[in-house]
Design a protein around this ligand. Structure first.
Ligand SMILES: [Zn+2]
Length: 304
C-alpha cells in the first residue's frame, strides 16, 4: 500500500473530483477572491499569497468556508443553481469520447447515408426528433387497452422483454452498450455515482451513459434487445434514439428488473449538494431501487 501523500490526507473525496459541487465551488472562489482583496488592502502581496492558499483549500477540500452547501442554498437563486448543477441527465447514451483514429473502424458499416456522421456526440437533439410513443406503438411494443384510453405493454412484447431481463448480466450490458456506442465492450466499466444516486457506464474516465440504478440499465438493455426485431429501420436509429425508446418503456414496468418486486409511482424530493427539487419516481417496493426519475418541471407546465 502506497504511503498517502500530504495532498491525499488533505483531500476530502466526498466534496472533490466526481463529487465536486459546482455552485459551492463558485461561491467559495468568489469568497476567496473577496477576502484576498481585503487582505491586499493591508499589504498588496498578501492578496496573491492568500488567494493561492484559499484556492488550494478549495481544490483539495471542496470548500473553504464550512457549511458552504447551506450558504449556497440560502444565497444563490434556484435558477442559478440549476444552471450550474451537474446532476446528470439520465440515460444519455452517446456522449461518448471521440473514438481514437487507430481503433479498427467498426462503425464504417453501420454509418449509412441517412445517419449524419457524429450524431451520437451531439447531445439530446436526435432523441427529441423521434416520437417515442408513436414509434413504440407502431413497432407493437405498446398497444391501447380495452377501453382505448390507456397505453400498455403489448403482451407478446412484455414477455420478450421479461425474457431478456432474465438473461441480462454485466457482460450482456457491456456488449450492448458497446454496440450502441461503437466502443469496445472491454473498455466499458459500470459503477455507482453521487452516493449511489446514479449508475453510470464509463470509458477512460468519461461517462457515456447515466441511469437511475443498475436495475434501470438492465431494463433498458433488455428493451433494446427486444425492440431490435420489431423495427424495420433499427440499424438507422442512433444510439440516443434507441436509448430514448428503451427509457420510454420503463414507465410501463410492473415488476422490478433487479428482484421481481412490485413497483410504485410517486413524487419525491431529490437532493444534490445544495439544491432540492421535486421529481416523479418509479421505485421498487421491495429493494427500493429507483427505476425511473423525471423532473416534475418536465411534466407540468410551470406554475409561475
Ligand atoms: Zn427490486
Amino acid at each position: 500500500m502506497p504511503t498517502p501523500t500530504l495532498a491525499d490526507r488533505l483531500r476530502q473525496p466526498e466534496y472533490t473530483g466526481e463529487n465536486r459541487c459546482t455552485p459551492c465551488t463558485v461561491v467559495n472562489v468568489v469568497i476567496a477572491a473577496a477576502l484576498s482583496l481585503l487582505l491586499g488592502v493591508a499589504w498588496p502581496p498578501l492578496a496573491l499569497v492568500s488567494f493561492a492558499v484559499f484556492a488550494g483549500a478549495i481544490y483539495f477540500r471542496g470548500y473553504l468556508v464550512p457549511g458552504t452547501p447551506t450558504l449556497t442554498k440560502t444565497y444563490l437563486p434556484d435558477r442559478v443553481l440549476r444552471w450550474f448543477d451537474k446532476e446528470p441527465t439520465p440515460t444519455r447514451v452517446g456522449s461518448a469520447p471521440a473514438a481514437p483514429a487507430t481503433e479498427n473502424d467498426a462503425d464504417a458499416e453501420s454509418t449509412s447515408d441517412q445517419v449524419e456522421a457524429g450524431q451520437l456526440d451531439e447531445g439530446g437533439e436526435s432523441a427529441e426528433e423521434l416520437d417515442v410513443e408513436a414509434s413504440l406503438l407502431e413497432a407493437g411494443a405498446l398497444d391501447w387497452d380495452e377501453s382505448g384510453d390507456e397505453l400498455r405493454l403489448d403482451p407478446a412484447f412484455e414477455s420478450a422483454w421479461n425474457d431478456e431481463i432474465e438473461r441480462t448480466d454485466d457482460a450482456t450490458i457491456r456488449r450492448r452498450l458497446a454496440d450502441l456506442t461503437d466502443l469496445d465492450a472491454d473498455d466499458i466499466s459500470l459503477e455507482s455515482r453521487s452516493r449511489n444516486r446514479w449508475f453510470v457506464a464509463v470509458v477512460d474516465g468519461t461517462t457515456i451513459g447515466t441511469w437511475e440504478s443498475r436495475a434501470a440499465l438492465v431494463a433498458d438493455v433488455a428493451a433494446d434487445a427486444a425492440l431490435g426485431d420489431r423495427f424495420d429501420d433499427w440499424d438507422r436509429l442512433t444510439g440516443e434514439q434507441r436509448s430514448a425508446l428503451a427509457r420510454g418503456l420503463r414507465i410501463y414496468l410492473d415488476r422490478c428488473p433487479a428482484c421481481g418486486g412490485d413497483v410504485r409511482f410517486g413524487s419525491e424530493t431529490a437532493e444534490s449538494c445544495c439544491r432540492s427539487w421535486e421529481v416523479f419516481v418509479v421505485r421498487c417496493d421491495d429493494c427500493e431501487e429507483r427505476l425511473l426519475e423525471v423532473d416534475a418541471d418536465a411534466l407540468e407546465p410551470e406554475a409561475a
